[in-house]
Write a protein of this length. Structure first.
Length: 334
């Protein structure tokens, strides 16, 4: 029933996206803070204990509710629970408004507004960026956001749901990404900073959890884009990016739509707390993808590439849904 849960969650999210200020995401930030303040004693073993509690406890809670509904109420209610969890963890509308607003500003020729919106979105200094660099960074951030909010969630949910684990996979993926990013930010905070051991544990766990989904996303982009160029760029240029998993996705994207990605990075800037919303905790700095890297081959980024990226992502969604539909049909007929 994974296909129907994902389909309904995506449809609901398109019609009524989760509010930027919502109690669920706020409670998860509070949960991550509480775990760090009570279990982070600065040693590696404490870091792994804190990570396990922060990530696995919500996943096990989601799984327990799924099993209780399936056993005592009926599987339709378990499917509805999966839809609810996916609605919180999966969706384009959790980040697509940033992409749309910047694209509209560029189409209107309002580059200062586009720089301002990019700076607000990623907490960086974009004041000196030329037009092509604005477009390039929007492409990179949007593609990675699509992976983390959609394709990675789909992958983990689909695999674990096939083994009867309900929506636990979606929670594990999103919480792993969130705590790695949030505790990296808290490592710079003056009040209750996250220890290096806690940051290292979260970072290593996230890299392991994202390893396969990142490559599946890259393969999907290659299939629906320019396949040979995407695979060639993946093989030869993914190592140019500081983060291995993100590099695979960005290199495949570069080849799939023939756009140059990577190169000179944005400069970090300090923003007032509360500038970012949702799973993006207040005041977070950009991650490793914003450090310097060499450029991939391809055309210089231009606004027309933004439309190509939208088409690439939506074709990948259709590919995912077709594959899930075929697997669901085979299971029903088998």
């Amino acid at each position: 029933m994974s296909f129907f849960a994902i389909l309904f969650a995506l449809l609901i999210e398109q019609v009524r996206p989760l509010a930027r200020h919502n109690a669920i995401h706020a409670s998860l930030r509070a949960w991550a803070r509480w775990v760090a303040s009570n279990f982070d004693a600065g040693k590696p073993q404490h870091g792994w204990v804190a990570w396990s509690l922060a990530v696995l406890a919500p996943a096990l809670a989601a799984l327990a509710v799924h099993w209780l509904l399936a056993i005592y109420v009926g599987w339709p209610f378990a499917v509805l629970w999966s839809v609810a969890v996916l609605y919180v963890t999966l969706g384009f509308r959790q980040f697509s408004h940033h992409f749309t607003n910047i694209r509209d500003a560029l189409d209107a020729g309002d580059e200062p507004r586009a720089r301002e919106l990019l700076a607000q979105w990623q907490q960086v200094d974009a004041s000196e960026l030329p037009r092509s660099e604005i477009v390039r960074h929007v492409i990179e951030y949007s593609v990675l956001a699509a992976h983390r909010h959609v394709f990675g969630v789909l992958g983990w949910f689909s695999v674990l749901a096939a083994f009867g684990l309900g929506p636990a996979g979606a929670v594990v993926f999103r919480m792993s990404e969130f705590v790695a990013r949030y505790w990296r930010y808290k490592g710079k905070a003056l009040d209750q900073p996250a220890s290096p051991a806690l940051q290292e544990a979260a970072s290593r766990a996230w890299a392991a959890i994202d390893w396969l989904p990142a490559r599946v996303t890259a393969l999907g982009f290659a299939v629906v884009g320019s396949f040979e160029e995407a695979i060639d760029c993946w093989r030869n240029h993914a190592q140019r990016f500081p983060n291995d998993n993100d590099g695979v996705i960005l290199a495949a994207t570069s080849g799939a739509v023939n756009v140059r990605l990577g190169g000179e990075a944005l400069k970090s800037a300090v923003f007032a707390p509360g500038a970012s919303q949702g799973f993006r905790a207040a005041g977070m700095q950009p991650d490793a993808t914003t450090t310097d890297s060499e450029s991939t081959p391809g055309r210089e980024a231009e606004p027309a590439h933004l439309r190509s990226i939208v088409g690439l992502v939506w074709r990948s969604v259709v590919l995912w849904m077709v594959l899930l539909a075929l697997l669901t049909l085979a299971r029903l007929l088998g």
